[in-house]
Design a protein around this ligand. Structure first.
Ligand SMILES: *Cc1c(COP(=O)(O)O)cnc(C)c1O
Length: 453
């Protein structure tokens, strides 16, 4: 039997709107709180930090939001992305399950991050903003925002988590090639960075710290705004273009997923592929399962607590009601740098709390093992982050084999790993390890949070 290998859409089939799941959620997320007053934050209080249109999207209850033509023009460079039937992986696993993946690695920067970087730079540009700041972990978000800012004539300062700055020098080169300024965080260029260096000498940095630095600069410099690559509602909104395309493509393939899987850092690619399908559970009574795959060393969804917490380590951001390990949590130095984040975002956290989605964890060695199997079966070397989704998809496919079920599995290939080969080298050399997080450590960090939920 011949299987369809790849389903491509034409440019004309590219979605014209983003999908806002808040409109369809049975329980709406709790409000974000102002970090100082602990009262629900008002949109205008966030406008010093983010472009106005993005703040509007952050609070929007509208089901669909138009994608501006200028944004669609840039999306067209790499979108619609292909949906691929992973027949090589199916064969390698000898599973009756049908496995599909949405290939977001085909974007020029090699990941899904560009889907939000383009609109963020655009909405800042049309408001007359001149400078943006951001943080980056593995460097994927920084790369995406660098080229997006270049397209729209904005300059960009990227605070890059120190461990990634050292482990992934080529991502820094990518950002510099696109014209951004890259600074290892924590740095001595901000007040908060200097404080962190004094408090934790030799720290490898964390996303939380880098966010604090980027936010400080945005709040204190004129015509400057900050851009975040995940977690927030407007970022997740932009990523729903992934799932909307995938829905059309699955329809062409003649299948509908029983399980949808994404790796999970702050939630943007998982939510992006899941939410358009999750809507069918809400309005059409479908019973699709949604699985967020997180690293065992940073287990906010599987072992964290639902509390109000800050998005950064200093408490500059609004308080978000979310599953969190506490903003002081310092994740182990795993190579999936994009998944080293303590929190989860408000929408996805509410959905998990209401048992409408699931979460699973994957340890570092299993994630690389899955990545190598996938590379050899499908020819694409996945980003260390994406290997977590692959590992979870493999688990589901092997379960299907035990059950003799032909279930349909869809996962998001959030990015390729061609700039992460140093990590693969270390895996092959036997230098990588798994990291355990103790219940005490989690409890200790979470206990510090003020109980506001
Ligand atoms: C940033 C990143 C992730 C994690 O971020 P999410 O917001 O959870 O999607 C996953 N995969 C890749 C390739 C990334 O660059």
């Amino acid at each position: 039997m011949k299987v369809t290998k790849k389903i491509v859409l034409s440019e004309h089939d590219m979605p014209t709107q983003w999908y806002n799941i808040v409109a369809d959620m049975p329980t709406k997320p709790l409000p974000m709180l102002h970090p100082a007053t602990k009262q629900p934050i008002k949109p205008e209080e966030m406008e010093g930090l983010f472009a106005k249109a993005l703040v509007e999207q952050e609070f929007s209850q509208e089901r669909y939001i138009d994608i501006p033509d200028e944004v669609r023009d840039l999306y067209r460079i790499y979108r619609p992305t292909p949906l691929v039937r992973a027949s090589g992986l199916e064969k390698a696993l000898d599973t009756p399950a049908k496995i599909y993946f949405k290939n977001e690695s085909v974007s020029p920067v090699g990941s899904h991050k560009l889907n939000s970087a383009i609109p963020q730079a655009y909405f800042n540009k049309i408001q007359g903003i001149k400078h943006m700041t951001t943080e980056t972990g593995a460097g994927q978000w920084g790369s995406a925002l660098s080229i997006a800012c270049k397209h729209f004539g904005l300059d960009l300062k990227v605070y890059m988590v120190k461990i990634s700055y050292n482990q992934k020098p080529y991502r820094k080169s990518v950002m510099q090639t696109y014209g951004a300024q890259v600074i290892a965080s924590p740095s001595d260029t901000t007040e908060v960075g200097r404080r962190m260096l004094a408090e934790y000498p030799g720290t490898a940095g964390s996303l939380g710290m880098a966010i604090s630095e980027a936010v400080e600069v945005a709040m204190t410099q004129p015509d400057t705004r900050y851009g975040l690559g995940s977690v927030l509602n407007h970022v997740i909104l932009h990523q729903t273009i992934i799932g909307q395309e995938a829905k059309k493509q699955m329809e062409i393939a003649g299948d509908y997923p029983d399980v949808v899987i994404g790796c999970f850092g702050g939630g943007s690619n998982f939510c992006g592929i899941s939410f358009p399908f999750l809507r069918d559970n809400f309005v059409e009574g479908k019973k699709t399962r949604f699985i967020a795959a997180e690293p065992a060393s940073c287990p906010k969804l599987t072992r964290g607590k639902f509390e109000y917490d800050f998005g950064d380590s200093e408490g500059f951001t609004p308080l978000l009601p979310m599953f969190t390990l506490g903003h002081d949590f310092e994740p182990a130095s795993i190579h999936a740098g994009g998944l080293r984040y303590h929190g989860a975002g408000t929408i996805v956290s509410q959905l998990l709390k209401d048992n409408l989605i699931e979460a699973t964890d994957v340890n570092q060695l299993d994630s690389f093992k899955a990545g190598v199997l996938f590379a050899q079966a499908e020819g694409i070397i996945p980003a260390p982050e994406s290997t977590h989704a692959i590992a979870a998809a493999i688990r589901e496919a092997l379960k299907a084999k035990e059950e003799g079920s032909e279930k349909v599995i869809l996962f998001n290939l959030s990015g390729h790993g061609l700039i992460d080969m140093a990590s693969y080298d270390r895996y092959f050399a036997g230098e990588l390890q798994n990291y355990a997080v103790s219940d005490e450590e989690i409890a200790r960090n979470v206990a510090k949070l003020e109980k506001l939920a």
